[in-house]
Design a protein around this ligand. Structure first.
Ligand SMILES: Cc1cc2nc3c(=O)[nH]c(=O)nc-3n(C[C@H](O)[C@H](O)[C@H](O)COP(=O)(O)OP(=O)(O)OC[C@H]3O[C@@H](n4cnc5c(N)ncnc54)[C@H](O)[C@@H]3O)c2cc1C
Length: 512
């Protein structure tokens, strides 16, 4: 059978993308190497992941927010024990908005008045989830939309041809018109697909350990910088270490003795490990595919970019890739769009990825052992405690900085659409749930609402006043929630038809 799209990898990005494609009418097969989706590395404490504003908006725009919210990692009520590995994180005296290289910024310093195009939304700015819960929600949605997921089937080889791609996995052959590698940082699709993975090598190995300590009081809770790197201790037995060994530790599997030597060396304390329950490594290598598309093969998520998990950005970046690529590839498969739309995936997402890699590298520079980095970190901490500093950090950590260069004249073009709400409580986030474009006219300007009738049903046209239109008369939104066109003046439709054609193809009855 020839699938529309074969996706390698049923991680969060592959699953989210699969559902996006299926919603757009594509027949999708996902091949996943792990036989079992359950893993202790996806559950707390190691599976803890922070979602930022674009990810939460994406979940909301597909009707998944409530399901994820129901499984979020919450601050425990009075007298309740904290979820494993989160005690220190949840016990901060001031409500924190996030951190940069471990330097926190406080919520009460963030000046949200500086974001003129944000409206209150149930999607919010950040949420903590565990990977397993998130993947369960995403897999349920993908399967409900008809996606086929084969587990225990690792992609070994690919053979791209002009009109399809053959994938060899676990001794079987599968064919798709398109192949998307969502198979993580060590992506086979990337390696076999002729992609260049450019960037910088690791300076440190990160170790996540779950241990029973003979005497936990030997380690100081929280993040400590040492002569060898960093030790972040979450009592009673969750430890994250950054060992500035040039990434050498990433190549070895630790046993109890090895973990103890490492812990003592990096923490500088006489900590004794009675038992090693779980151990995993990661690094700060920062690499990005130089192109996200090579013919009929595309990359998304960690397959397209890797960097240190500092400050929790990788999953968010990958979900953003999937949200950007899904509707475009589905439109190409339906014959409504061609290469230009598909190539806009790389053009839009590569710069976002590059900026996240830089953010990660900047944090590593502040974590290096030595007095220079500590002095710089102290300066950074002072700045982080100012309204300017905290607001800047919030913008970066929460993902509010993202604005795609779509070439429009209105300052909202390329940004995530504000969650406009009508007097009846209908929100923009809800209008987007069908995965179609939305043209919403907020005024009663005669004729404006009819301007895009010829693009229906690709674009859903709504004439509905909202509680706060932020001075706008109308807005055209892509299926991924990105503003394609906006106007402040009632009846001003300059550039509207061009934007509709660019993102949704020619109007019905008009040949390009
Ligand atoms: C300690 C740590 C903390 C982190 N915290 C955060 C955070 O707070 N916020 C955040 O945004 N990000 C965070 N990240 C990063 C985040 O986990 C990743 O960016 C995210 O999981 C990437 O998703 P993905 O689907 O692209 O890849 P993965 O999650 O790696 O999924 C890839 C899938 O592909 C499968 N696969 C691999 N090879 C093959 C093959 N050959 N054939 C078929 N299937 C294959 C794998 O089994 C896996 O299921 C953290 C990472 C670490 C290590």
């Amino acid at each position: 059978m020839l699938y529309d799209v074969v996706i390698a990898g049923a991680g969060p990005v592959g699953l989210f993308l699969a559902a996006e494609l299926a919603q757009g009418g594509a027949q999708v097969l996902v091949l996943e190497q792990a036989a079992n989706p359950d893993s202790p590395f996806k559950r707390l404490p190691f599976g803890l992941r922070g979602l930022n504003a674009p990810s939460l908006a994406a979940l909301d725009r597909r009707g998944l927010l409530q399901a994820v919210e129901a499984r979020q990692v919450r601050k425990p009520g009075k007298g309740e024990p904290p979820p494993p590995g989160t005690a220190h994180w949840l016990a901060q005296p001031r409500a924190l908005g996030g951190h940069f290289a471990g330097i926190p910024f406080a919520l009460d310093r963030v000046d949200s008045d500086r974001w003129p195009y944000r409206l209150p939304t149930p999607a919010g700015m950040q949420m903590a989830v565990d990977m397993q819960a998130l993947e369960t929600v995403l897999a349920d949605r993908a399967q409900a939309l008809g996606v086929q997921i084969l587990r225990g089937v690792a992609v070994d080889a690919i053979d791209p041809a002009p009109d399809q791609v053959t994938v060899v996995a676990a001794g079987q052959s599968f064919a798709g018109r398109w192949l998307v590698g969502c198979d993580g940082g060590r992506s086979v699709v990337r390696k076999r697909g002729g992609f260049t993975f450019a960037g910088t090598d690791a300076e440190f190995t990160g170790h996540s350990l779950l241990v029973s300590l003979q005497d936990p009081s030997v380690l100081t809770p929280g993040r400590q910088y040492t002569g060898q790197g960093m030790c972040n201790f979450n009592p009673p037995g969750t430890v994250a270490l950054a060992d500035f060994d040039g990434g050498a530790g990433h190549r070895h599997v630790l046993d109890r003795e090895g973990a103890q030597v490492l812990l003592q060396r990096v923490s500088g304390r006489d900590a004794v490990i009675d038992e090693l329950h779980l151990a995993t490594t990661w690094t700060d290598a920062a690499r990005q595919a130089t192109t996200y598309r090579n013919g009929r093969v595309l990359l998304a998520g960690d397959a397209a970019h890797v960097h240190s998990p500092l400050g929790g950005q990788g999953l968010n970046l990958g979900l953003g890739d999937a949200m950007n690529l899904g509707w475009k590839l589905a439109a190409v498969l339906r014959g409504e769009a061609g290469d230009a739309l598909l190539d806009s995936y790389h053009a839009e997402r590569h710069p976002v990825g590059a900026k996240v890699l830089e953010w990660s590298r900047a944090q590593v520079a502040l974590m290096r052992p030595g007095t220079g980095a500590r002095a710089l970190a102290a300066v950074m901490a002072d700045l982080a405690d100012t309204p300017d500093g905290a607001t800047y950090l919030a913008e970066r950590v929460w993902g509010l900085w993202q604005q795609l260069d779509l070439g429009g004249t209105h300052p909202l073009v390329g940004r995530s659409v504000p969650d406009f709400v009508s007097a009846q409580g209908e929100r923009m986030g809800e209008h987007l749930r069908e995965g179609r474009g939305v043209f919403q006219v907020f005024t009663a300007a005669s004729g404006m609402a009819d301007a895009l009738q010829a693009w229906q049903p690709r674009i859903r046209c709504i004439q509905q006043p909202v509680v706060d239109a932020l001075g706008l008369a109308a807005v055209l939104v892509r299926p991924d929630g990105v503003v394609a066109w906006a106007s402040d003046g009632a009846g001003d439709t300059d550039g509207l038809a061009a934007a509709a054609t660019r993102w949704f193809g020619p109007a019905a009855g008009i040949r390009s």
